[in-house]
Design a protein. Structure first.
Length: 262
């Protein structure tokens, strides 16, 4: 598929926009482990792509971007492979289901639930910024954490398949509720799970021919580079600052979802 921006707008303006989007996506993923969907989809829609094609392209941007971010967090020992794979498998299954439910499930229902979810997690993140050791749960769930994690990840995968959000923030939220680990380790673990989720959803959109290869490559490669440097920065940041940044992302996500539904 040929990027429509080359015909609808100035060539140079389009390149600049895509490069800036890539830098922003790299910062978002590198510091918080979240998907760049909130940046990529509006930007590509502005440049002339349909919403569906923007979502599909966003998933492929996530696939490219997360590679460097995972590398940095893994080198710093901040990736829990067991937890990533458990959540990732659930998300892969959910993404396949979500891609099939995309045309029969009301987006407003999913967006409404997601808005409530992100609002709650914004509150939790800001509380944790004052006390990074604060736990959401009141008792240790033990092995039940590993039972609930893949179940909740299926829901995240469904959101991936329907709305294009690869679930980085949602994976972090699940870990905040079920596991006791440092925020940097949560971000690295969530990013690996997000990669699996994005691949599952991205393949479905690619098979349907609903991605823009050129836009995905330009944004993705730029984000790959910027994500590496921002991930290195995040691994040296204090936990309270990361929680503040993460809480801000949750707030922005909630507000954007409300504005979309109004």
């Amino acid at each position: 598929m040929i990027l429509t921006v080359w015909f609808g707008k100035s060539h140079m303006d389009s390149i600049i926009i895509l490069l800036l989007v890539g830098i922003a996506v790299g910062a978002l993923t590198g510091i918080t482990g979240s998907s760049g969907v909130l940046i990529v989809v509006p930007a590509l829609s502005y440049l002339g792509l349909s919403f569906v094609d923007s979502v599909g392209s966003s998933l492929w941007v996530d696939i490219i971007t997360t590679l460097s971010v995972i590398f940095v967090y893994f080198r710093h020992g901040n990736v829990d492979l067991k937890t990533s794979l458990i959540m990732g498998v659930g998300a892969v299954l959910g993404a396949q289901l979500g891609s099939r439910l995309a045309f029969i499930t009301p987006d407003k229902l999913l967006e409404g639930a997601f808005t409530v979810f992100t609002t709650v997690m914004a509150y939790v993140s800001f509380r944790r910024s004052r006390n990074p050791s604060l736990k959401i749960r009141t008792r240790n769930l033990g092995t039940w954490s590993y039972v609930l994690a893949p179940i909740l990840s299926v829901v995240i995968g469904i959101v991936t398949g329907t709305l294009g959000a690869s679930g980085g923030i949602m994976f972090i939220a699940v870990m905040m509720m079920l596991f006791s680990m440092d925020v940097r380790r949560m971000i690295g673990t969530a990013t690996l799970a997000m990669l699996l989720s994005a691949v599952s959803g991205g393949v479905s959109y690619a098979i349907a021919g609903r991605i823009d290869e050129l836009a995905s490559i330009v944004i993705g490669v730029t984000a790959l580079v910027s994500g590496y440097f921002f991930a290195r920065l995040a691994n040296g940041m204090r936990s309270c600052h990361i929680y503040l940044f993460l809480g801000s992302v949750f707030v922005i996500t909630s507000v954007s979802e409300v504005l979309k539904m109004v």
